[in-house]
Design a protein. Sequence first.
Length: 100
Amino acid sequence: MSEERGGRGRGGAKGRDADKAKAGERPRGGFFRRRRVCKFCAEKIDYVNYKDVRLLMPFLPERGKIQPRRISGTCALHQRKLQTAIKRARQLALIPYVTE
């Protein structure tokens, strides 16, 4: 039924959008979000050192929370290593737990 009315249902791209999809262009109205690349994989960093505060600080916003993967762009392996390094640096007072 949604196919007859041209709704946004399950049918996929229809009409002009289908022609664009076949030609390799993106459908009108959508926006392209570039996939983030893991900083540690790109720079081939195997060990995330907890003493390297300059490396850890971009992954902590001003509130002091650890940024999630979907925002920071790190892979699962490096996100776990980053989390451990941040927690170790906090215990040694290299990084604050929270800001005031």
